[in-house]
Design a binder for this molecule. Structure first.
Ligand SMILES: N[C@@H](CCC(=O)N[C@@H](CS)C(=O)NCC(=O)O)C(=O)O
Length: 201
């Protein structure tokens, strides 16, 4: 498999999962400004959407969109227990968290990384994130992971997004469950392996 990524960006969620599942993979770095690969190749020829991640399977099929990719990886490796069976509440909870991560957390961060975004929009995004972090903090009360008692496909995505709080100087201290959750996941071997491979630690 080939994972098209940019260090520290959201493909880290997929990368963690590949490490968690022990799946052999090649990393291909994408320059998001130029849409070029390190060898000068055109990323748009791989993923016309122009954003990362893209995961090219050994069959040649290209998958995009984090919730879709991680569900595919977990469903094709059911023994790892990273995602419950379809039509169960536990499965739906995992998809609920993946959607929350993508549409509420990830999207709220986007203006903070956008040099063209106004200060007002950036402040509104910080306020929105604070509200969502409050909810997440409550949901994590007494829990080690988002779904049930075990690590699932939802955790690497939320972990990846929480990493951006350090870049954006958002102090997690007011949300102690969230800070502890991030620290706990940061110790996980698959998380460390992916972060090391991306040069983040
Ligand atoms: N909906 C996409 C979002 C991916 C995304 O936002 N990727 C960012 C990096 S974290 C990106 O490549 N941004 C560059 C761009 O949009 O041109 C997914 O779930 O994979």
């Amino acid at each position: 498999m080939k994972l098209y990524y940019t260090p520290g960006a959201c493909p880290l969620a997929v990368h963690i999962l590949l490490c968690e599942l022990g799946l052999p993979h090649e990393l291909v770095k994408v320059d998001l400004k130029t849409k070029k690969l390190e060898d000068g190749g055109d990323y748009l020829a791989i993923n016309p959407k122009g954003y990362v991640p893209a995961l090219v399977l050994d069959s040649g099929e290209t998958l995009t969109e984090i919730p879709a990719i991680v569900q595919y990886l977990a469903d094709t490796h059911p023994d790892a227990g990273l995602l419950a069976a379809p039509a169960t509440i536990e499965r739906t909870r995992a998809v609920e968290w993946l959607t929350f991560a993508g549409t509420e957390l990830h999207r709220s961060f986007s203006p903070l990384f956008n040099p063209a975004a106004s200060d007002d929009l950036k402040q509104a995004s910080r306020d929105r994130l604070a509200q969502r972090f409050g909810y997440l903090n409550q949901a994590l009360e007494g829990k080690a992971y988002l779904v049930g008692e075990r690590f699932s496909v939802a955790d690497p995505y939320v972990f990846t997004i929480l990493n951006w709080t350090f870049i954006q100087k958002i102090d997690l201290a007011p949300w102690s469950n969230l800070a502890a959750y991030h620290q706990r996941l940061a110790q996980r071997p698959s998380v460390q392996a992916a972060m090391r491979a991306q040069g983040l630690i």
